[in-house]
Design a protein around this ligand. Structure first.
Ligand code: SF4
Length: 108
């Protein structure tokens, strides 16, 4: 299970750059570069949610990654086998504005 660091602080699940989900989905079945991937588990944090609620949640460093970016060299049967991945998209409002920055195309 990779260590997951995430800069998407507009996401409901982001807790101090970790994700509070035990498992996330990464999309981009025909991705050839990081920008073609996205975190499908992104959910926008709404203004009305208080910060107090954020700090009480638990987030572990490791998450199971169900990844559709099959061209990635770390992808084996839609599971990510990288030691550590970085999801980025600091001002994202939707999934398409996030990406797996660790994606490395196994193509030529
Ligand atoms: S490193 Fe590759 S296999 Fe792992 S989540 Fe990112 S795109 Fe998917």
């Amino acid at each position: 299970m990779p260590e997951l660091r995430c800069t998407v602080q507009t996401c409901l699940h982001n807790k101090q750059f970790y994700c509070d989900l035990d498992s996330i989905r990464v999309g981009g079945s025909s991705a050839q570069k990081p920008a073609d991937t996205c975190c499908d588990s992104f959910e926008e944090r709404k203004e009305s949610m208080s910060n107090a609620a954020d700090v009480t949640g638990q987030a572990s460093a490791r998450s199971d990654i169900d990844c559709k970016a099959v061209e990635c060299m770390y992808n084996d049967n839609c599971k990510c086998h990288a030691g550590k991945i970085s999801v980025e998209g600091s001002n994202a409002c939707r999934c398409g504005e996030t990406e797996c920055a660790t994606f490395h195309c196994g193509c030529k």
